[in-house]
Design a protein around this ligand. Structure first.
Ligand code: ZN
Length: 257
């Protein structure tokens, strides 16, 4: 998302060597989004916009962190029935994450937070994180499930949906990148059931023939702002605690201490 004038720059792609070549920066955030069909009211890059927005908000509040350029084409095989959706294989994504992380390790950066906003990506991200931990002892944390977490945090004041191109995704676009949203094209669609006993890994067109679901007519920039603020308040104190503890596991995590 474009940086607001009052905010410090955290995007590596917009920073000079003079700025980042300092011991002040020892952590990186890696946003992972998607390029896939989001109906007539949202852009193909919606998930990437959401991932960057959340990662930048986390990095600004945490301090000492840069946000890497996002991985904007990821695992979207389940959305390929819709034209112009792009996808890479889960194993390709896993290797791309691993290569980026090993570049960081080359420079002595050992702390990485992956911010995934798309359901195809957490599995390859976790595989990469486990390999990076086993092979290099790298500290990799994964943030995922922004819709479910914000729904829990904001209830009952806000009802955050779990839909694809529904209310919450349009709210995030209206907040973070309003030039990329067409709320006048939004329609009210049935809400997807996300709390199912098992998860069938399949293409998305069987359950959602239109390619999007949820009531996007109820979206608002205020809801997008509430989501980002709630996630920052929930996640960043924990990241600060991780920092204070040298990113090492301990009984403090289980509250046994
Ligand atoms: Zn999306």
């Amino acid at each position: 998302m474009p940086k607001r004038a009052s905010e410090p720059e955290v995007r590596l792609a917009h920073m000079s060597g003079e700025i980042v070549d300092s011991d002040a920066y020892d952590k990186a955030f890696l946003p992972i989004g998607a390029t896939e069909y989001h109906g007539p009211h949202l852009p193909y890059g919606t998930d990437t916009i959401v991932a960057e927005t959340i990662a930048e908000a986390f990095a600004r509040e945490l301090g000492g962190a840069v946000v890497l350029p996002p991985i904007a084409v990821a695992v979207s095989h389940h959305h390929l029935p819709w034209k112009w959706t792009l996808s890479i294989r889960p194993d390709t994504l896993m290797l791309v994450i691993k290569d980026i992380a090993e570049s960081l390790l080359h420079h002595g950066i050992t702390k990485l937070v992956i911010v995934s906003t798309h359901d195809g990506n957490p599995a390859p991200a976790e595989a990469a994180a486990r390999i990076l931990s086993q092979e290099h002892g790298m500290n990799v944390a994964i943030f995922k499930g922004w819709q479910g977490t914000s729904a829990r945090l904001l209830a009952p004041d806000w009802e955050i949906d779990g839909d694809h191109a529904g209310q919450s995704e349009l709210s995030m676009a209206l907040y973070a990148a309003p030039d990329t949203a067409w709320p006048e094209n939004a329609t009210a669609q049935p809400i997807q059931f996300t709390d199912l006993p098992v998860e069938l890994i399949d293409t998305f067109d069987g359950t959602v023939p239109l390619g999007y679901s949820g009531d996007a007519t109820k979206a608002s920039a205020a809801e997008g702002e509430a989501i980002v603020n709630a996630l920052v308040a929930h996640v960043v104190p924990y990241l600060k605690e991780l920092d204070a503890r040298g990113w090492q596991r301990g009984t403090w995590m289980s509250r046994i201490e």
